[in-house]
Design a protein around this ligand. Sequence first.
Ligand SMILES: Cc1ncc(COP(=O)(O)O)c(C=O)c1O
Length: 390
Amino acid sequence: MASKAKTRRSARPGFATRAIHAGQHVDPTTGAVMQPIYQVSTYRQPALGAGWKYDYARTINPTREALERALADLDGGLEARCFASGMSAIAAAMNLLRSGDHVIVSRNVYGGTYRLFEGLLRQFGLAFSWVDTSNLRNVEAALRPETRMLYVETPTNPVLGLTDLAQAGRLARKAKLRLVVDNTFMTSYFQRPLALGADVVVYSTTKFLNGHSDSVGGAVITAREEDARRIQWIQNSVGAILSPMDSFLVLRGLKTLPVRMERHDASGREVAAWLSRHRKVRTVHYPGLPTHPQHALAKRQMSGFGGMISFDVGSLATAKRLLKRVEICALAESLGGVETLISHPASMTHGSVPREERQKIGVTDALVRISVGLEDPADLIADLDRSLSA
Ligand SMILES: Cc1ncc(COP(=O)(O)O)c(C=O)c1O
């Protein structure tokens, strides 16, 4: 018995335990069990050249530092760095590249990522090839001598296409590319890209990681010392840091990540199954449905399917009617909160993607995306049913 208890004590704690405790220390001054919000810009140093760790709050802040330790732990990374938004986290990861480098990107990514790459980074000498990464032969075919990065979102926003991360990791190693994965939809609770061969994971913490629709933020998790140092340097040089208050909010959100993700997943499965039987719904994109073309891969590389669903209702007019009639589901940008959010990707999240590109990736005018929240699924289904059937 004694040796069993000892074994249990020395084993790495489970995910839910780490979501609550990893990277956090009880405040030595007061015993406060929550990480205090260090709302401060600078620190009094004991003496010139004393090597005081905390020098200036753009560079280091104890609240942000606790969140960064927690996020790195949950993803199995070496380090995490937090940024003012998901987009600034993605921009920081792209700053690992140099002018002249070529990047292969999943054809379907969040519209803001497309805007950043094509609208801004291209003018600084980066080249992008947009390919369907659900088939990695397309990536091989797009390789150039100057290719330095493979950037994937899996599942993709909004059509929930998957990339085989283990295969992508092998390909990236062989071709000496950095594999960067946007893991916003799954979080480290359902999918751990670094364990499957990724080098860098990026997040919009605005979504499921924070989970309460009350903070905008982002994170970059690195696996290698060289990348960790560079991202730290970029965070300090560019200065797009996550505020102490937002760091506190995300830390608070992380503590319930496992229970929230379980519920998003259970309700997501229920709503997706119901939608797939509805006569007004043409197609449902949800990796948990056996009809999803990559359902087997989803079961292999994710431990849940999450709460993101998109579905085609046949016409823009039907989509508009549905979005106007819903009462519990809120018509809004964003996702991953406790409340159910419903949106029209073609005109909202993916409005910055040219129409013909949208058509290629299946973001039609009749596509509706839903981020299934934590309400009673029966109420969500009733809301959708009433709004679809009207
Ligand atoms: C998958 C994905 N990545 C990144 C972002 C950008 O994050 P933020 O809005 O926090 O800048 C979003 C935003 O919707 C997203 O859905």
